[in-house]
Design a protein around this ligand. Structure first.
Ligand code: CP
Length: 328
């Protein structure tokens, strides 16, 4: 396991220890204060160059990474893939080599292929690579901002600051993730983050939307979604990924909503303290009702806001740090 992302690429949460995750959360906590200032800028990455390469659509992740880099005073090279030479058939390797030739310190990349960020790490070993979502594999900064958001809410209830707490807030925390687990890189990163911090994770999905093998995941599949809602402290609702053909994995959207949607009626089963999350973008009326998404129990906008300090922490630690030895 890795105990710090300092000086390393951030490709997956599967190899990060609780210590490494808490270091990112504590660093992000410092950057929350920067984001509350009138002048939201610190010189931590002044003179550094961050390339932002989104080969797949994004609103939240792209904007928050670019905002994060600018608030750290880095220069940002943002490639508009749709109007770039990628459309003329330039390979990923040549695209990265071209951008590297301009002089970069970090690449933030989203790509439709699982493993693409790892591949880029091999092409430019002198540059730090941060995975902003690769195919069905991982979305590490989403997993980090999700546990950061939960820690903030729990710490506020305990009248503490998140960084004044260790992982005890997560010990025994009951997390239910519902929906399209099969195609979700968010689910994979969330499960890694929550379990590393000591939470218990269960998943709810139709059989067709579960991955072929769940053996290596430390999660239990629930038999009864309604009952599981009464158990959960945190409910993470996933987007039905229609762009990945998920529609063909369920008999109809209406039937999916009927059985696994977080409808207003079903949300009445939640306990008063339960936290409702969604990584966005939402299919309102499909996996979550609008009334639930906009209810006080939902922290969906807070998840988006927390994307900036978490991504500032990820950039700062990976770009400026010196790597430590792996412990196991
Ligand atoms: N949660 C998330 O990755 O959203 P975007 O696709 O808008 O970046």
């Amino acid at each position: 396991m890795i105990n710090s992302i300092r000086g390393r690429n951030l490709l997956t949460l599967n190899e990060l220890s609780d210590t490494a995750i808490l270091e990112v959360l504590d660093t992000a906590e410092l950057f929350v204060e920067v984001n509350q200032r009138t002048i939201k800028k610190v010189p931590a990455l002044k003179g550094r160059v961050v390339a932002s390469l989104f080969f797949e659509e994004s609103t939240r992740t792209r904007l928050s990474f670019e905002t994060a880099a600018k608030r750290l005073s880095a220069d940002v090279l943002s490639l508009a893939v749709a109007s770039s030479s990628v459309k003329k058939g330039e390979s990923l390797r040549d695209t990265i080599a071209t951008i590297d030739a301009l002089g970069i310190d970090a690449v933030v990349m989203r790509h439709q292929s699982s493993g693409a960020a790892h591949q880029v790490g091999g092409y430019v070993p002198h540059v730090r690579v941060i995975n902003a979502g690769d195919g069905l594999h991982q979305h590490p900064t989403q997993g980090l901002l999700d546990v950061f958001t939960v820690r903030q809410v729990l710490a506020e209830r305990a009248h503490a600051k998140g960084s004044e707490t260790g992982k005890e807030l997560f010990t025994g925390l009951r997390v239910l993730i519902v929906g399209d687990i099969r195609h979700s890189r968010v689910a994979r990163s969330d499960i890694a983050a929550y379990t590393a911090l000591g939470a218990e994770v269960r998943v709810a999905a139709p059989g067709t939307l579960l991955p072929a093998s769940l053996e290596e995941w430390s999660v239990r599949v629930v038999d009864d979604f309604d009952e599981a809602l009464e158990w959960a402290d945190v409910v993470g609702v996933l987007r039905l990924q229609r762009e990945r053909g998920t529609g063909s994995f369920v008999p109809s959207l209406a039937e999916f909503t009927e059985t696994f949607g977080l409808t207003s009626e079903r949300a009445r089963r939640l306990r008063p303290h339960s936290i409702i999350m969604h990584p966005g973008p939402m299919n309102r009326g499909v996996e979550i009702d609008s009334a639930v998404a906009d209810s006080p129990a939902a922290v969906i906008e807070r998840q988006v806001s927390n994307g900036v300090p978490i991504r500032m922490a990820a950039l700062y630690l990976t770009v400026t740090g010196t790597p430590e030895e792996k412990t196991s």
